[in-house]
Design a protein around this ligand. Structure first.
Ligand code: ADP
Length: 429
């Protein structure tokens, strides 16, 4: 055959317990299909013969337990097969969780402790494969008919919604390898920054709020309760990052702590949790396939997440541009801001910024290119404890006419006039 007409389809044979690791090209998508055998992507089985379209830049592994033939069509940044993976240890963890779910289900739902399925928290440094392992665990559970709750506390690279948020959602089906987590009804709290150091107390307050809501949900739903939850965390594990991990373990009453890729963190956690006999601290190997991302790549991927929120994964959504009067919207920042003037305080007292104080923000050009959250709160004092309906992006602020133009996922009035602003910005490209 002439090379000009040669197909770009490449066939790859996977032996049992091996995987094909792929970095999709930066500027073009990749088609891939399973031709023979069985294979999965991060815990979700591939349908036989059907071409799947992966967007540019995606990094993935196609793993086969018993052997498979895969076809790829398109160019990749990188693709290779690996037969050394930690998958057997991961699926062993899944089997243990499965046992606990079954035990929880078999218990009468009056006994709140024993009817509670596993509460798993995945911790480790950045790029240790935390999100990927979390995803596998919920997908494997969903494949067996459970509806585990996936919780994402990673405000930097969360997988449920845009950056700057913590969120939770029930997983009813194995996660689609292309589409990711379905965004039907996630429970989302807006922190507004991509690093917790901007306001550690607020971060903790939101984690508590999210945990409290889930606790309430579990109390009334035996099925969710038995399925348990899988909590993904941030890669910040030193200093305050470590403190926040302990806070999350405690707040969600985690019963299984999976530590990826760091002996030191595992031994520290094991030590600090040793007097909690119902908490297992398990060390797991990091996969050699996990791709490291530098600060610039992370920033880029945050930007893509925001774009995806408004425009869809492949530009398949059309956001609406809306115009509002300044007076129609009420914008708040949480914490920081101007402290109480010294003159207003008793002599000798130091002004302290209340980290969870609501600070009204006047609408001006500073809001241009800022991403704001739309709160579900009915009154301002409910804002901190309320989850958010969604996000808007400010594209124009007309001071003269007192009009603000913003992008929203849908047309019509916002569900609330209360907006929260942080430091999250986006430059539409
Ligand atoms: P973390 O959550 O610890 O920061 P991730 O789970 O997000 O790490 O993994 C980092 C990147 O590596 C992601 O893009 C993910 O898709 C990719 N990745 C993870 N495991 C593999 C693998 N076995 N082969 C190829 N890519 C992988």
């Amino acid at each position: 055959a002439g090379s000009a007409s040669a197909s770009t389809v490449k066939q790859v044979k996977l032996d049992r317990e091996s995987e094909l690791r792929i970095e999709v090209a930066y500027d073009s998508p990749l088609r891939l299909r399973l031709v023979t055998g069985t294979a999965e992507i991060f815990g979700t089985e591939l349908p036989p013969q059907i071409w799947l379209n992966f967007p540019p830049r995606l990094k993935l592994a196609v793993f086969s337990w018993y052997g498979a033939t895969i076809e790829m069509d398109g160019t990749t940044e990188l693709d290779y097969t690996a037969d050394e993976t930690p998958m057997v240890s991961y699926v062993n963890v899944h089997a243990i969780l499965e046992g606990r779910r079954n035990r929880a289900k078999a218990t009468s739902s009056n006994d709140s402790d024993s009817s509670q399925g596993p509460r798993v928290i995945v911790v480790g440094p950045t790029d240790s494969g935390k999100s990927t392992l979390s995803r596998m665990l919920v997908s494997w559970a969903a494949k067996q008919g459970w509806k585990p709750t996936f919780v994402d506390l990673d405000i930097g690279q969360g997988s449920i919604t845009i950056p700057g948020c913590i969120a939770a959602t029930p997983i009813e089906l194995p996660i689609d390898p292309v589409e990711g987590i379905p965004l039907d009804m996630p429970l989302v709290y807006f922190f507004g920054h991509t690093t917790p150091s901007n306001n550690v107390d607020l971060y903790k307050a939101l984690v508590k709020e999210l945990a409290r809501m889930l606790e309430r949900h579990f109390a009334g739903n035996a099925e969710s309760r038995a399925a348990g939850m899988v909590i993904n965390t941030m890669g910040w594990i030193e200093g305050i990052g470590y403190e926040l991990l302990l806070h999350a373990i405690d707040t969600f009453n985690a019963t299984v702590v999976l530590v990826l890729g760091q002996e030191k963190l595992w031994s520290m956690l094991k030590d600090v949790l040793k007097n909690k006999p119902n908490v297992d601290v398990v060390k797991l190997q990091k996969s050699g396939g996990v791709v490291s991302r530098n600060a610039k790549v992370r920033q880029k991927s945050r930007s893509h997440r925001i774009k995806e929120y408004f425009y869809g994964l492949v530009n398949d959504l059309s956001p609406h541009s809306n115009i509002a009067n300044f007076g129609d919207l009420v914008v708040f920042r949480i914490g920081g801001g101007p402290q109480a003037p010294r003159s207003a305080l008793p002599i000798g007292a130091e002004p302290a910024a209340d980290p969870t104080r609501l600070v009204p923000v006047s609408i001006n050009r500073d809001l241009l290119h800022v991403v704001l959250a739309v709160s579900f709160a009915k009154e301002p004092d409910e804002i901190i404890s309320s989850n958010v309906a969604g996000f808007i992006y400010i594209t124009d602020v007309d001071i003269q006419r007192k009009k603000i133009t913003y992008l929203a996922p849908c047309a019509g009035e916002l569900p609330s006039k209360y907006l929260i602003v942080g430091t999250l910005t986006w430059l539409e490209t």
